[in-house]
Design a binder for this molecule. Structure first.
Ligand code: AMP
Ligand code: ZN
Length: 479
């Protein structure tokens, strides 16, 4: 399916651009990874569903994909600028555990969510602390011309590169005031390349460097791992839209310094040709924030009886550049939509596959057009439903749907409708008990004892179970 040229929205130019790979036939993609100081919330996971759809699309269109996602286990402060504490150090202190244990635990939790959401494994999970030596070398290479030292660390002087902040489009007074000032900084937007451990203190994570004992700044790690693992320039750099404001402009400045490139009139000077950003998943009551007690983790959705792929469906229904508002009703609707698809697929199963008919070919062409138009997954879902609703001779419809699912990643070939029947954690009744009640109800009905049969149905309903007569599934959790 490589007929339609792939067009992607480049945040750097704010335009749709045709994807032309740096290396013939290849696609090299770097995605900013999670900071593993806590569980990811489902908003974070939206960033990886988006990166996954991008990667799947590149593979589907025939590019040989190398995707890197990093794991940030050092350097990310509680503020995206240089104020605040290291998130990892702070959590480790709060839990009285070593940073390494914290990192291990939350990295594994993140990977579990990745798996549950059917996000494909990247070529490499690059862990920041594995690249400290390379970070120091990179910093040494740019220090003389672009950095200056203060008591607190080595800082990047943003006035030494052309077009600083172009990606953010708004280095306004207001924008700058968000970055807390460090005494002695030349420009408000200057940022730490290396943070020295304050005299008299020891940090759990610190390394020797030409600028004293300390730890790298957060922005440095992505520049270094991107360059080491993909080479400058690579094709696409992704992240959430918050990164468009500080983290990625700073990465770009470092990359320009590293390659001795001039301004950003040529996108390749920024280190990557295309910079892509997913918009936020938002939630009105603020449960997304990791700092509030109960926040929206994928596990919370599962505990309430939702399948993780219902959340993936919810993401795919929206365009990645649109804000998506989370609601339980919306999640329920997404789960119902996924269930309908699986029901239609089950109806088609077992019917002999014949020659593909023209209609299906046309649909595959439309899918290619939709996904090539800056990843219009919402449209692709509608096309899939159209294929499943087609009348007339059974055809190679399922094969077409499964082919399209290589891009969507909804696991349509293996997922069954019964898999969506997840027991809510607080359900008062077990599945065995439900089955026993249904058997009792069947016997009552056979004996024409409708009063008992209705009473059983009502008591199941009260326990959150919906009985569906005449449906092979038989019953379902009422969410
Ligand atoms: P972090 O672990 O904070 O570094 O974030 C991991 C990824 O999630 C980054 O790409 C962020 O930009 C992204 N992100 C954070 N919050 C949200 C959100 N509410 N919706 C979508 N993406 C988000
Ligand atoms: Zn990054």
């Amino acid at each position: 399916m490589t007929d339609t040229p792939l067009k992607l929205f480049n945040s750097l130019t704010r335009e749709l651009e045709e994807f032309t790979p740096v290396h013939e036939g290849e696609a090299r993609v770097y995605s900013c990874g999670p900071t593993v100081y806590n569980y990811p919330h489902i908003g974070n996971m939206r960033a990886y569903v988006f990166a996954d759809v991008l990667g799947r699309t590149l593979s589907w269109k025939g590019y040989d994909l190398t995707h890197i996602i990093n794991i940030t286990d050092v350097g990310h402060l509680t503020d995206d600028g240089d104020a605040g504490e290291d998130k990892m150090e702070k959590m480790a202190a709060a839990k009285a555990q070593s940073i390494w244990d914290i990192a291990k635990h939350y990295t594994e939790a993140f990977w579990a969510d990745v798996k549950a959401l059917n996000i494909r494994e990247p070529a490499k999970w690059s862990v920041a602390t594995d690249y400290i030596g390379e970070m120091i070398d990179f910093a040494k290479g740019i220090a003389d011309r672009h950095c200056y030292e203060l008591d607190s660390g080595l800082y990047f002087d943003v006035s030494t590169v052309a077009d600083y902040g172009r990606l953010a489009r708004a280095v306004t007074e207001e924008g700058e005031s968000r970055i807390e000032t460090v005494a002695g900084k030349r420009n408000a937007a200057d940022f730490a390349i290396w943070r020295k451990t304050p005299a008299g203190e020891t940090r759990q994570m610190e390394w020797d460097s030409p600028w004293g004992k300390g730890a790298p700044g957060w922005h440095l790690e992505c520049s270094v791992m991107g360059e080491k693992l993909l080479g400058f320039p690579f094709d696409i750099h992704t992240g959430g839209i918050d990164h468009r404001e500080i983290h990625h402009p700073n990465e770009i400045a470092q990359n320009q310094a590293f390659c001795g490139c001039g301004g950003l009139s040529e996108a390749t000077n920024s280190g990557a040709k295309i910079w892509m950003h997913n918009n936020f998943l938002v939630e009105r009551s603020g449960k997304m924030s990791k700092s509030s007690g109960e926040f929206l983790r994928l596990q919370l959705l599962i505990d309430k009886g939702y399948h993780p792929l219902a959340y993936r469906m919810m993401c795919l229904q929206a365009h990645y550049r649109s804000e998506l508002e989370f609601s339980w009703e919306g999640l329920k609707a997404a789960q119902t939509r996924l269930k309908r698809m699986l029901m239609d697929i089950e109806r088609h199963r077992g019917k002999a596959a014949k020659q593909p008919i023209g209609q299906v070919d046309l649909s595959l062409y439309q899918v290619d057009e939709a996904i090539s138009n800056d990843l219009n997954t919402a449209r692709v879902l509608v096309i899939v439903e159209g294929i499943l609703a087609m009348k007339g001779q059974a055809s190679d419809r399922l094969a077409a749907v499964f082919e399209i699912d290589r891009v969507l990643g909804l696991d349509l070939a293996t997922l069954r409708r019964t898999d969506l029947r997840i027991r809510p954690k607080d359900a008062a009744i077990t599945e065995d008990e439900i089955e026993a009640e249904l058997l009792r109800r069947k016997q009552a009905r056979a004996a024409k004892d409708f009063a008992t049969s209705d009473a059983i149905r009502d008591s199941l309903a009260a326990a959150g179970v919906e009985v569906m007569d005449g449906d092979p599934l038989g019953w379902e959790w009422k969410l």
